[in-house]
Design a protein around this ligand. Structure first.
Ligand SMILES: NC(=O)c1ccc[n+]([C@@H]2O[C@H](COP(=O)([O-])OP(=O)(O)OC[C@H]3O[C@@H](n4cnc5c(N)ncnc54)[C@H](O)[C@@H]3O)[C@@H](O)[C@H]2O)c1
Length: 346
């Protein structure tokens, strides 16, 4: 088995490379040219690091040479200033270039694993709670749409050229040191400000026609400190929810999708066992960090919850971390306990 991992310097990618190296698998780690995060890979022995941009077919072809398996994690994630066409060029056409590279250089990949996202369902206003893999996919933002196009391109190419594949749809992937930044007043403000940018915002459609939420949050917060914990609650008293997955569980999901015979042709939600409600997340932060906790009444409900039954039943996936465990892990690591993960950023 010779595995090409794209996005190898990323939050998930570096940890997937590490998992494979520990299992004595030969890995080629593809990184974006000039990405300083590639320094994460330096301590991992025996990894062949290759620079290639998913926009460059010749470089992608060179990265694919000799691979028997491909784990495709590279993607344009949501950043404030990302131009629209970049989402499509990297997440849709970049996936096509990688598939072409795999066909051209080897003529036979044994498995192609694609990382997709629960953002391909409709975040906030989902067609079902919880979402199964066969739920309608109607993303209403550029990122989710581009990732869905990547899925469609893979399915079509796989059927056309007999490429064995599997897909994982991650929930929000969190590295332990990032977890305590969720469910805070400042991060809630940042999210609502992005929605407030109108048509310039990637997520504007998700909030379209809904009341202006920032003043509601600011009024309720008063002079609470920016690191106060915040639970957002809908009109029916149900807390807003977010489904997360600890990066170590995400790695487990990728590894199963890569190695399990039953993963072939399948798509699997990869998430924590349960979603995290904002109220629960805020209560955990208030307890562990001794910060004030607010509950803020919102004029509508917002939920994003998936089921991992398919991954459990077909792959033996066993998520090990909930939000509390992830935050506690970060605290333990900060106080000198050795980490069993590579942090998102070095
Ligand atoms: N982070 C999440 O919450 C989340 C949720 C659902 C799905 N996903 C998916 O999981 C995968 C891994 O995400 P992550 O959290 O590790 O993201 P990340 O941003 O940490 O890593 C993505 C990597 O892709 C690389 N990349 C970007 N553009 C590239 C290009 N043009 N050519 C080559 N490489 C390029 C980046 O340099 C980066 O190292 C992605 O496919 C993402 O869409 C992530």
């Amino acid at each position: 088995m010779r595995v090409l991992v794209t996005g190898a310097a990323g939050r998930v990618g570096a940890n997937v490379v590490r998992r494979l190296v520990e299992a004595d698998v030969a890995v080629t780690a593809m990184v974006l040219p000039g990405d300083r995060q590639a320094a994460k890979l330096a301590p991992l022995t025996g990894v062949r690091v290759i620079e290639a941009d998913l926009g460059d077919q010749a470089a992608v072809d060179a990265a694919c040479a000799g691979a028997t398996h491909i784990v495709h994690l590279a993607a344009q994630l949501v950043r404030g200033d990302t131009p629209v066409d970049r989402f499509y060029d990297i997440n849709a056409f970049g996936t096509l270039r990688l598939l072409e590279g795999a066909l051209r250089t080897n003529g036979g990949i044994e498995r192609f694993v694609l990382a997709s996202t629960d953002g391909t369902y409709r975040p906030g206003d989902p067609p079902a709670v919880p979402l199964r893999e066969d739920a309608p996919q109607e993303p209403a933002d550029y990122y989710g749409t581009s990732k869905l196009l990547g899925e469609v391109i893979l399915r079509n190419h796989a059927a056309q050229f007999d490429i064995p594949y599997s897909m994982v749809r991650f929930a929000t992937v969190v590295s332990p040191e990032e977890a305590a930044g969720y469910f805070r007043l400042d991060s809630a403000r940042a999210m609502l400000r992005r929605a407030d940018l109108g048509r310039d915002s990637n997520i504007w459609q998700l909030f379209r026609g809904r009341p202006d939420l920032l003043p509601i949050l600011d009024t309720a917060a008063g002079d609470a400190p920016p690191d106060a914990a915040v639970g957002l609650v809908g009109p029916d008293g149900h807390s807003w929810s977010l489904h997360m997955v600890d990066v170590r569980d995400a790695v487990q999901g990728v590894h199963l999708a890569l190695t399990e015979p039953d993963a072939l042709g399948g798509v699997f939600n990869i998430a924590a066992a349960e979603p995290t409600t904002w109220e629960h997340g805020a209560a955990v932060l208030a307890e562990l960090f001794d910060v004030p906790k607010l509950s803020v009444a919102m004029p509508f409900d917002w939920r994003l919850e998936v089921t991992v039954d398919a991954a459990r039943e077909r792959l033996g996936y066993q998520p090990r971390y909930d939000f509390r465990a992830t935050v506690q892990e970060a605290r333990a690591t900060a106080s000198g306990v050795a980490a069993d993960f590579i942090p998102a950023r070095v």
